[in-house]
Write a protein of this length. Sequence first.
Length: 399
Amino acid sequence: MKSEDKFKALQNQEVIQFIEDNLNTSIPKLILKGSPFETINIQYLVDQIIGRNKAKKKLPTWFKNKNIIYPPKLNLEQTSSEITAHHKSQFISGKYLIDLTGGFGVDDFYLSKKIPQLTYTESNEDLFEIAKYNFNSLASENIKCLQVNSIEYLAQNDFKYDWIYIDPSRRNQNKKVFLLQDSSPNVLEHQELLKNTSYNLMIKTSPMYDIEMGYKELCGIKELHVISIKNEVKELLWIIDWRTNNSRSIKLFNYDSQNIYTLQEVKDIASEHKDVALSECKAYLYEFNSSIMKSGFYDYFANKYNLKKLEKHTNLYTSDVVVNNFPGKSFVVEAKSSIHFKQLKKEYKGKFVNLMSKNMKISTEAIQKKLNCKTGGKSDYLIFAKTLEGNKVLKATKI
């Protein structure tokens, strides 16, 4: 069956209703029962159910549109969320952009709102057909779709784009990778081609990619964005202007689920950087958000907010005063003591409490097992940490 025929079959009202009715059904159970439709394979139906479930929170615009077609789960793993796709669109301008790794097309949908002509490229035929169909369903009329090897296409065409966007595949022989040299296409290998065919380049890399390595491997870095959603780093976004030298301008974005973010920015601060002072735990305790932690500038921000550190390698900070609008978690310290698990178990067995382990060999899972407690709740925390006074448990309430 041709792709268009498959897509049309999926738009049948009975098929749409089957997918909706089975969003919470066990996938193995569905596969065993098989497809109730003669012309649609059960795996294809399962792909739609898994895709819609993933889209519910990550891609609400796609979820609301029942005409959207989803690829297999593997092709959705690296897809940007709507929040991060919208973020990228805020930092581009000009007339022409080409996406060298189009994939499911979420980034292109948002980028196309800011660029008059966007070229989507994808070498995978099935993924290409799905994205092309979805662009029509989403009324994205200024996206030109090409099923090509994007690097070969760039090399063969004498054109200079305002922007090139690339999100290299982080799968190599079915294994997950995060280094640029192991990703496909290899950006490092093609930097000269990218430079000759664009004025600006935007590269999305894994949150596990080392920032210092990026500054050594890449040229023309104008800005680095560390993007977190609900305090989890989702991606690193390298914005490159070939006309500039590498700049240590790092912007730290932390989004909530409503697409509202806090922003901290650091520039080249090596000359003014100083070690943070150490102190025993005081009345208030602070933990910076994930974007600041990923940047490595947590001690810099500690000095900025007049905080002290519990121990050189323990990334928790303390103060006698409340820091308003702190970029991270703030706690009131209710009590501080040595760690006695038997005593703590008597107090917390079966109760809900949030657990943290900082600069200690024991994990939160192991602590939960020892205390036989439940994890969760709004504000109560047990924080196990190495401090200047040794290993301590801090009873704290989140502000």
